[in-house]
Design a protein around this ligand. Sequence first.
Ligand SMILES: N[C@@H](CCC(=O)N[C@@H](CS)C(=O)NCC(=O)O)C(=O)O
Length: 210
Amino acid sequence: MSGTYTLFGRKGCGSAIVAAALKLTRLPYHYQEVDEADCPEYDRLLKLNPLGQVPVLLLPDGTVMTETAAILVLLHLRWPLAGLIPSSEGGHLPVFLRWIMVINAQIYPSFTYGDQPEKWLPGVDNPKVLTDTTDGLRKKLWLQIEAAADANGPWFFGATFCALDIYIAVMHHWRPGPVWFAEYAPRLEAIAKNVARHPRLETLFREQFS
Ligand SMILES: N[C@@H](CCC(=O)N[C@@H](CS)C(=O)NCC(=O)O)C(=O)O
């Protein structure tokens, strides 16, 4: 499909996952940074996604997409050569589907609720307890993903790169953070470093996480 995509994002956020996927697919895109709530770009973002969340991807035909995983599936279908999703031949696909759903349905929302606990527990004396419990759940989930990752790398599936590697590389910068990953999830930490060194992604990762 021809035409330019527009990605609405914020430095260091989940939009970096979509930006990395776009770079691998080589689909042409324009990046719109939305770094604060009080700016015209944020008003435009709110019109596209009333939740005000990034990433939002505006397709060349004007269709609005939210939800990182849904966007990656679409990009994969439009540019399968990027290898974002493992082939249905071989055993990787079911494992990929399991962990990509755990990341999107459990790990990602743990930030939605844990980052602004007072929003979800109005009037409660100690809303930070929600941050602590969701941080704990997230560590438990990352440890499961660590145990499932190939011990020798360089990617989650050994020699086979896929979008899980991109998620790991971006999210390892988020709580509990790189120091925790280095100590408790060294396979995931190694994957994150390898993705950040990928020739097509290294500039993006430097820009997003420096
Ligand atoms: N389910 C969404 C979650 C997106 C999301 O939570 N994005 C964060 C940035 S990484 C955000 O915009 N948070 C602000 C908010 O939730 O108000 C997705 O998969 O893309």
